[in-house]
Design a protein around this ligand. Structure first.
Ligand SMILES: *Cc1c(COP(=O)(O)O)cnc(C)c1O
Length: 406
């Protein structure tokens, strides 16, 4: 007992000082690579670890200086290793919020690098030689693609909805169906956003059925708008009813209200052509008569994180002038990536957008690749290969591809 305690004391005394480690081979490299402050902290952490291990019996003798420096280097490398890093998405969910949603096209990535590695015309009109607006870069593409009169891009769709309601419905009532009071994920709830905007929520109908007459009966002199929220992340099936967008547009017009549409997914093309559950497109909403349509840039649009607002010029101008617009504006990298992504649609090449390439991929091709990976991984890890493989893998795919996690 006595002798053991003495051995520990000796080992502890044998540990070098931080200064000695800083000058030891490898220690000087730590200083050169990461700075004296971080190198000192790392070596101190290595020494603390060694001290604790000697005391609790994990170590019998003091480690060499070389080992201590190596432990210090690991400590720094772990500290600086990015926790935001690439992964392979094998969930079967193409647009997965937890995994970063839409991968960008090559052209979008190149556009990001081009405008962010140097200066850019973000708010400069090169033709006129004077200050310009960051809004112009994507507006002409968005209006051409959707048929809207005007467009505005902000940081994400939650911000787009907040801005839309703040600018158009503050201190007024907004009518929404009880079947559309959705939580989108990450705790984002439509009723909470409405409250933040200063608009008052008037809920109508029931969870499964809301009729045109429910909307009509709720209209008062305090009503500013009818809000339609596309519930893309769940479905109410069975005994259901919801008026058509065109019917709501007619009602809104007749009563001098705005019809606002949170379309969410940003589908510009018909997904049902690829075997997915039908999804109203942005254009559908506008053609049916919505005054403003809000949607994400990084869901089915397949671009960068962004919130996109399209609609009547008069309404979009009110949004653009609102103080919140400045607080939630899009950055140059998002605008560059969005411009490139929209260009793929305009050029009739949606397959250049990775999300669409994946959506359009034939099921047998997906099944074959899954099989190949299952075989390789199964062999390498000694684990069972994909259960119910071969034909059933293809059969399982359509359902999995319809799942949405936003
Ligand atoms: C995803 C979604 C949002 C939120 O959009 P973000 O871009 O994630 O901020 C809002 N409304 C609907 C209907 C959505 O689907």
């Amino acid at each position: 007992m006595e002798r053991q305690a003495t051995a520990v004391q000796t080992a502890l005394r044998d540990l070098p000082s931080v200064d000695r480690l800083l000058r030891a081979p490898g220690g000087d490299e730590l200083v050169a690579g990461f700075g004296r402050g971080l190198a000192t902290e790392a070596l101190r952490a290595a020494l603390d670890g060694a001290r604790a291990a000697l005391r609790d019996g994990g170590l019998d003798e003091a480690p060499s200086d070389t080992d201590l420096v190596a432990i210090g280097r690991e400590w720094v490398e772990e500290l600086l290793a990015p926790t935001l890093r690439p992964v392979i998405n094998a969930t079967g969910i193409i647009v997965h919020t937890n995994l970063g949603r839409a991968p960008l096209s090559e052209a979008a990535l190149a556009a990001v690098a081009a405008v962010s590695s140097g200066y850019s015309t973000l708010e400069y009109d090169a033709d006129e030689g004077r200050r310009g607006s960051r809004a112009v870069h994507v507006e002409r593409l968005l209006t051409r693609l959707t048929g809207a009169e005007a467009a505005l891009v902000v940081n994400n769709n939650a911000a787009a909805v907040l801005l839309m309601l703040s600018a158009l419905c503050r201190d007024a009532e907004v009518i929404i169906s009880r079947g559309q009071l959705v939580e989108i994920g990450g705790g984002f709830r439509i009723p909470d956003v409405l409250a933040q905007s200063g608009a008052r929520l008037v809920e109508v109908g029931t969870t499964n059925r809301t009729h045109l007459r429910d909307y009509a009966a709720a209209i008062s002199e305090r009503t500013a708008a009818i809000l339609v929220v596309h519930t893309s992340n769940y479905r109410i099936v069975g005994f259901t009813a919801q008026p058509e967008m065109a019917e709501l547009a007619a009602l809104a017009r007749e009563r001098g209200l705005r019809l606002l549409f949170d379309q969410g997914s940003g589908a510009l093309l018909d997904v049902s052509a690829h075997g997915l559950a039908p999804e109203p497109t942005v254009g559908d909403g506008l053609r049916a008569g919505a005054d403003v349509v809000a949607f994400s840039g990084d869901k089915l649009l397949g671009g960068p994180q962004a919130g996109i607002l399209v609609g009547r010029a008069e309404a979009i101008a009110l949004l653009a002038r609102h103080p919140l617009a400045r607080a939630v504006r899009a950055d140059k990298m998002a605008l560059a990536a969005l411009t490139a992504t929209l260009g793929h649609y305009l050029a009739g090449q949606p397959e250049r957008v990775p999300v669409w390439r994946m959506i359009a991929r034939p099921l047998d091709e997906i099944a074959a690749e899954a099989e190949a990976w299952a075989a390789r991984l199964g062999g390498a890890s000694g684990r069972r290969s994909w259960p119910g493989s071969r034909a059933s893998a293809a059969a399982a795919c359509p359902a999995r591809r319809c799942r949405r996690d936003w």
